[in-house]
Design a protein. Structure first.
Length: 443
C-alpha cells in the first residue's frame, strides 16, 4: 500500500500526515465524536473523527469490528487528561482526514477477546487467533524458535531439514501414521532422530525445527498428534552432561531474548519470564524416586519411569530447594529407552539419558547415543529389532562416528508452560488431536 507506515512508527511522525491501515478493533460513538481503535501487526492506535466533517462521521458510523480499512490523518499528541499510560501509544492519536474501506466483516459470533470455551476457540481459529492474547502467545512462540536457531547457529551447529516421510519409525514402535507412498507403505516421522545422527558424521553439530507425528490415541491437555520438535545432535561429547550443559545455555539465551523482545506480551498475559539458573539442578532417576518416597511416604523406587504426579512434585521441590523451575532427571533404565541410547558403563541396565522437567512437565528428552557399530547392532537385537531393516542408517556407523548425543523438545508444550497455559492446544496454531483435523477446510 502506497506510503503506508506501521502503527509502531507513528511517534516519529507527530504533527505530520500519515497513511495507516489495519483492522478495526473497536468503534466508539461519543455523539459529536467517533473514536476508532485500529490495529496492525505492529500495534494499536486510537483515531478520532471530529464533528466538522459530516461525511466522514457518516463513513465512520458504518464501521464495525474487524473491518479492514486504511486511514489518512494527522498524528497529534493527546491532551494531558486523555493520556493512557497503560497503552504503548496512549499519548498520541490520529485525527482522521480520510477513511477507505478495504474489506468488510460479517457480524461477529462473539466479542473477540472475551472468555470462551476451548472447543469454541478451536472451532473458530481463523477468527479467535486475532485476539490480542493469541497474537501475544504466538509472537512469543516465534521468538522461542528464533532464539533456538540463533543460539545453536552461533554455537557452530548447522540447520538441517530431515524428511517427514520415512520408511520406518525411529523408535521401532507402533505409534506412527501409515501413508500410502506409491507402491510402499511409508510413515510420518515421529522424530528426526536417525537422520540427525547420520548428519553428525557430516557436520558434527546439527539442529532441526520441524513437525513430527505421534499416532497415540490420547486426549489430554498436554499431548498432540502433530507438534513442532526442536532437535539438536552434536558430536565429540564426553557424555550426556555435555548435552545438558548446552541446553542449559540455550535457556539462558532464551531468557535474555524474551526480556529484550517480549516483556509487553508477558505483562499482558499476566505472567513472568522465568529465571534460568546457570546450573540447572540434576538428580538421577533413582535419587529422585528415593527422595519422593522419603518425603511423601509413597514408595516409587521400583518404578521404571516417573509418573506425572512425580514430575510435578520434583519441580515443586526444585523451586523450593534451588529456586529453579527446571530440573534434570538422568539415568533412566535401559528397558525404557530407545535402542540407540548409550548405556551407563558402570551399570548397563541404566542409560546416559535425561529428561528436563519444567513447571511440572517433561519438556525435553535427550541422551548420549551409541556410536560403535557393533554395540548399536547388539542393542537393536536386544530390543527385538532386525538390524537389516536399519542398514541405511547403520552405514554412518560402519564408517566412523564420534561419541555424540542430542535432545528433542516440543515447542508447543514449552510455550504452554512458559505462559502458564493449561491446555497445550491453546499454544498450538492449528492443533491435531484424536478428534480434530480441520475437515471443513476444503469441503
Amino acid at each position: 500500500m502506497k506510503n503506508r507506515i506501521f502503527i509502531k512508527k507513528l511517534r516519529e511522525h507527530i504533527g505530520k500526515e500519515v497513511n495507516i491501515a489495519g483492522w478495526v478493533s473497536a468503534r466508539r460513538d461519543h455523539g459529536k465524536l467517533i473514536f476508532i481503535d485500529l490495529r496492525d501487526i505492529s500495534g494499536k492506535i486510537q483515531s478520532v473523527v471530529l464533528p466538522k466533517d459530516k461525511a466522514l462521521l457518516a463513513a465512520a458510523d458504518k464501521l464495525r469490528p474487524e473491518w479492514v480499512i486504511s486511514i489518512k490523518g494527522i498524528v497529534n499528541k493527546r491532551p494531558e487528561k486523555m493520556v493512557n499510560k497503560n497503552d504503548a501509544n496512549g499519548d498520541i492519536e490520529i485525527e482522521i482526514k480520510e477513511i477507505n474501506v478495504l474489506g468488510k466483516a460479517r457480524d461477529l459470533p462473539f466479542e473477540l477477546g472475551t472468555d470462551i470455551n476451548i472447543d469454541t476457540h478451536l472451532d473458530n481459529l481463523p477468527l479467535t487467533l486475532r485476539a490480542e492474547k493469541y497474537r501475544d502467545v504466538f509472537k512469543i512462540q516465534a521468538y522461542i524458535v528464533k532464539a533456538f536457531r540463533d543460539f545453536y547457529t552461533n554455537e557452530d551447529f548447522v540447520e538441517i531439514q530431515p524428511p517427514k516421510l520415512i520408511g520406518d519409525d525411529a523408535e521401532g514402535g507402533a505409534n506412527s501414521f501409515d501413508v500410502s507412498y506409491f507402491t510402499h507403505t511409508a510413515h510420518l516421522a515421529q522424530s528426526p532422530q536417525l537422520y540427525k545422527q547420520i548428519m553428525v558424521g557430516i557436520f558434527e553439530r546439527v539442529f532441526a525445527v520441524g513437525n513430527v507425528y505421534r499416532a497415540e490415541r490420547h486426549s489430554t491437555t498436554r499431548h498432540l498428534n502433530e507438534y513442532t520438535s526442536m532437535d539438536i545432535e552434536m558430536g565429540f561429547i564426553n557424555d550426556h552432561h555435555d548435552i545438558m550443559s548446552i541446553e542449559n545455555k540455550y535457556f539462558l539465551y532464551l531468557e535474555k531474548e524474551l526480556k529484550k523482545h517480549c516483556l509487553g506480551e508477558f505483562k499482558r498475559l499476566k505472567t513472568e519470564i522465568p529465571a534460568v539458573p546457570k546450573n540447572m539442578p540434576s538428580l538421577t532417576l533413582r535419587e529422585a524416586q528415593t527422595l519422593i518416597s522419603k518425603e511423601t511416604g509413597k514408595d516409587c523406587t521400583k518404578e521404571s519411569d516417573l509418573e506425572p504426579e512425580h514430575e510435578r512434585w520434583l519441580c515443586s521441590y526444585s523451586k523450593k530447594k534451588f529456586n529453579s523451575d527446571f530440573i534434570f532427571i538422568t539415568n533412566f533404565p535401559t528397558v525404557k529407552r530407545p535402542f540407540y541410547t548409550y548405556r551407563d558403563e558402570k551399570d548397563p541396565t541404566y542409560t546416559n539419558g535425561f529428561d528436563l522437567l519444567f513447571k511440572g512437565v517433561e519438556i525435553t528428552t535427550g541422551a548420549q547415543r551409541i556410536h560403535d557399530y557393533d554395540s548399536l547392532v547388539g542393542s537393536m537385537k536386544d530390543k527385538g529389532l532386525d538390524p537389516t531393516r536399519f542398514s541405511y542408517y547403520l552405514q554412518a556407523f560402519k564408517y566412523g562416528m564420534p561419541p555424540h548425543g542430542g535432545f528433542g523438545m516440543g515447542l508447543e508444550r514449552l510455550t504452554a508452560k512458559l505462559l502458564n497455559i493449561d491446555n497445550v492446544k491453546e499454544a498450538t496454531l492449528f492443533p491435531r488431536d484424536l478428534n480434530r483435523i480441520d475437515t471443513l477446510l476444503s469441503q
